[in-house]
Structure formats: structure tokens, C-alpha cells
Ligand binder design. Structure first.
Ligand code: ATP
Length: 233
């Protein structure tokens, strides 16, 4: 479904991704783990075309989207829940969700709201509450819900559990599994390597802009290097 081949991404003179190749197949949950600054966010953002890869290709559903503008990539079926949630604090839950559906007509927007509220009953209860007054976990649900408004085929999740309490983290991972069961493919960036590898079919380990390991989630969980570097073993 998504195929990155020999991707090099830079911020000016700084190289953030160095010859990265990653694949996500339809129906999978794939996770990308790595330390702070390894380039995980840059990888997801490169899929979205901002920053653009300086070389290499990004293919989605068999098409080369490397040079496509971000809005065209989104319309093709990719959505992102960004790091730090980035909800609009002064807008209500419903208004935030509608922001995720900016290119949909009214009928599809209403259908999107219904779908998201079915997945997150808590958001329905709080539909007219201002996002900035909600808890971190609720804001995270809102960020994921907003990304799902367009009914994406591929959902990119950047650190969805960062800064949340253990109980909420468990809920978020349950929701990720449910999203996949509804037919959405998930590419998940996480610092919480243990939980991420437990839910993921496959995982990649990124170190200073390079993929150093890739395997099934189950194998990575028992891999000695991964255990030492990322699982606190
Ligand atoms: P974190 O979990 O801390 O967000 P990450 O693995 O997502 O880390 P990135 O945010 O992708 O890492 O950063 C990769 C590298 O690119 C880092 O060295 C970072 O300092 C650099 N970088 C990221 N964004 C920019 C930017 N806008 N301008 C310059 N350098 C950047």
C-alpha cells in the first residue's frame, strides 16, 4: 500500500533520513520505533510531502506520490494525527472534527462525524466542549478522530500516547486495533516501544535517520538489541 524506497530527507544542510526504505501492506499495523531525533516524525511528514524527499520515492496504492502536493496526498487516502495533537483549543470538538473534513461535502462530513462518534463515544458526549478544556487523552482521541474524518485508507499516527497516563495509553492502543479492524491500515510512530511492538504486525527501528532493523513485532520484542536499547531490559 505504502512503499518508501531509498528516501533521503533534509532540513537545509541537516540530513534527517538517510536511504530509508519502508513498506506498509494493506491491513497491517506497522510501527516505527527509535530514540528522540532519530527521524520518525520526519519519515511520516515525508510521506505527506512536507518536507519533501530530496531523493528516493514514495509510492501509495501503486502511484508515485513523491512530488504530489500534500492536499492531493490526503485526498488520495492518507491522513495524519500529528505529534503533539495540534487540536484547535478554542474550537469545539465538532468544529475540530469538521476541520479534518475540509475537502468533503456536507453529506460526507455528516457521515464522518457519525463514524468518529461511534468509535469515540466520549467525543460525542463532549461534542460542543472546547477542545482546549479537555484532558490530554480526550484531545488525543480528537486528533485521531479528526484524521479519520476523511475515511483514509492509511492512517499515520505520530506518538499518540506521549504524555498520557497508563490507563489512557491502554485505551488508545485498543482504539488503534479497532481502527485496523475497520479496514484502515495503520503506520504508527511510538516511543512506547513495548506497547507498539505488541500491537504491530511488523516494526522498523530507526537510528539517526537509518533503518537498522526490521522484523515482525513479536520478533522485535524479543530481539536483544531492541530490548537493551528500547525496552529497558
Ligand atoms: P522526536 O521523537 O523527538 O520527535 P523524531 O525521531 O521524530 O524525534 P525528527 O523530529 O524527525 O525525529 O527529527 C530528526 C532530525 O531532524 C533531528 O536531528 C532534528 O533535530 C532534525 N529536525 C527536525 N525538524 C527540523 C526542522 N524543522 N529544522 C531543522 N532540523 C529539524
Amino acid at each position: 500500500m505504502l512503499k518508501l524506497t531509498n528516501i533521503h530527507t533534509y532540513y537545509g544542510a541537516i540530513q534527517a533520513l538517510n536511504d530509508v526504505s519502508v513498506e506498509v501492506n494493506k491491513g497491517e499495523i506497522v510501527t516505527l520505533i527509535g530514540a528522540n531525533g532519530a527521524g520518525k516524525t520526519t519519515l511520516l511528514m515525508t510521506v505527506c510531502g512536507s518536507p519533501r524527499a530530496r531523493s528516493g520515492t514514495v509510492e501509495f496504492l501503486g502511484e508515485d506520490i513523491t512530488q504530489w502536493p500534500t492536499h492531493s496526498i490526503m485526498q488520495k487516502g492518507i491522513a495524519i494525527s500529528p505529534e503533539g495533537r495540534r487540536v484547535f483549543p478554542d474550537l469545539t470538538v465538532t468544529e475540530n472534527l469538521k476541520m479534518g473534513a475540509f475537502f468533503l461535502d456536507r453529506e460526507h462530513t455528516e457521515a464522518g462525524l457519525e463514524r468518529v462518534f461511534a468509535l469515540f463515544p466520549r467525543l460525542k458526549e463532549r461534542s460542543s466542549q472546547r477542545a482546549g478544556t479537555m484532558s490530554g487523552g480526550e484531545q488525543q482521541m480528537l486528533a485521531i478522530g479528526r484524521a479519520l474524518m476523511t475515511e483514509p485508507k492509511l492512517l499515520l499516527l505520530d506518538e499518540p500516547t506521549l504524555g498520557l497516563a497508563p490507563l489512557i495509553i491502554a485505551q488508545i492502543f485498543e482504539i488503534i486495533k479497532e481502527i485496523r479492524e475497520q479496514g484502515v491500515t495503520v503506520f504508527l510512530v511510538e516511543q512506547n516501544a513495548h506497547k507498539a511492538l505488541q500491537v504491530a504486525d511488523r516494526g522498523y527501528v530507526l537510528e539517526t535517520g537509518k533503518v537498522v532493523l526490521s522484523d515482525t513485532g513479536a520478533n522485535l520484542l524479543v530481539n536483544d538489541e531492541v530490548r537493551k536499547a528500547y525496552l529497558g531490559a
